[in-house]
Design a binder for this molecule. Structure first.
Ligand code: GTR
Length: 321
């Protein structure tokens, strides 16, 4: 046993030594979550294709901090790679707002068609004006409301409830428009805030609702699916620009190649998380009438889609099949 672990240790040290460039990558999710697994898979491809010169080290479970802070750190070049939701970019990169608008995507398939096409490339391109390089899109399913108080079966039930949202004005206005009270908070503070009654609930997809344990403190989940926000893998522009063109191309390609791996894992994890949450006895409200929710969002669009550029993007997104 001792010999085996010693051999493994030496092998690991050897591999680490061979890496000329080690990219430190941040993720708020735990080991095994599809986003974490996808960036690890990207690292494996990169290491192989660069003959062991370029490695990726994924710091999962918010070891490097909460998303808003890690984004700043990535812009400053302290963190090299970062896998985050697009939501926290809304207040920094205007154009990302269009993918964070409630009910902008008709389905996950529609979202895939948009991000895989020219609009997706355009939005990724915007990151380079903000000290970042947009590398790839990942899935974030659809987000719905959960809370500790009561089943939400119609828009009226939201009245007066306090919901945590990601740190973006679009989401604050979204909850306000539904009659609730929005509190922007870092992801890591949501569990205890629901538990202590500081907030009544939050909103997220099946895998996050499950992996964060929020379902243990919020026993009502209403599948209103108000948001389908893609997630992104970004890189520090400073770090990216310091590399050779060949290495930049290797990184871009490995990131793109991790997308199908992510989508496959996501589909499986969504099912597994849903089963776990249902088995735990969470009351799920399904098949609600979404029309009043969609109609209530007009004010959010009026407030946030003001420039010609954003208006044009919204029209083009809607035109995608
Ligand atoms: C998750 C997403 C995370 C984070 C989190 C949140 O679905 O994968 O990147 O944004 O939601 O609500 O903060």
């Amino acid at each position: 046993m001792v010999t085996t672990s010693l051999v493994a240790l030496i092998a690991a040290a050897g591999a680490a030594q061979a890496c000329e460039i080690t990219l430190r990558s941040s993720d708020t999710h735990p080991e095994g979550y599809p986003t974490v697994a996808a960036v690890e898979a990207m690292g494996d491809m990169l290491e192989e294709r660069s003959d062991g010169r370029i490695c990726v080290e994924v710091f999962h479970s918010a070891q490097l901090g909460e998303e808003k802070d890690t984004i700043e750190q990535t812009q400053l070049g302290v963190i090299d790679l970062n896998r985050v939701s697009l939501g926290p970019f809304n207040n920094i990169i205007e154009e990302t707002k269009v993918f964070s608008l409630p009910y902008i995507f008709r389905s996950v398939e529609h979202m895939h068609n948009v991000v895989d096409g020219e609009i997706g490339d355009e939005i990724l391109g915007e990151f380079s004006n903000h000290d970042l390089v947009g590398l790839a899109y990942y899935d974030g399913g659809s987000r719905s409301f959960y809370n500790s108080q009561k089943p939400i079966t119609s828009i009226e039930d939201i009245e007066g409830l306090k919901f945590r949202v990601m740190q973006s004005d679009v989401f604050v206005d979204m909850v306000d428009a539904l009659g609730g009270n929005a509190t922007p908070l870092p992801y890591g503070e949501v569990y205890s805030s629901i538990q202590t009654g500081v907030i009544d609930g939050a909103e997220n997809n099946w895998p996050s609702f499950e992996s964060s344990g929020h379902y243990e403190v919020a026993g009502y989940y209403t599948l209103d699916q108000h948001l389908i926000v893609p997630e992104v893998l970004v890189m520090s522009k400073m770090k990216f620009d310091s590399l050779s063109e060949e290495d930049q191309a290797l990184i871009r390609q490995a990131a793109k190649d991790s997308m199908p791996i992510m989508r496959e894992q996501w589909a499986a994890r969504e099912k597994a998380s849903e089963e776990k949450v249902r088995a735990a006895g969470v009351e799920i409200v399904e098949n609600i009438d979404k029309t009043p929710f969609i109609e209530a969002m007009d004010v959010v669009y009026e407030k946030h889609v003001t420039s010609d550029k954003l208006k044009d993007l919204v029209t083009r997104i809607r035109a995608v099949e």
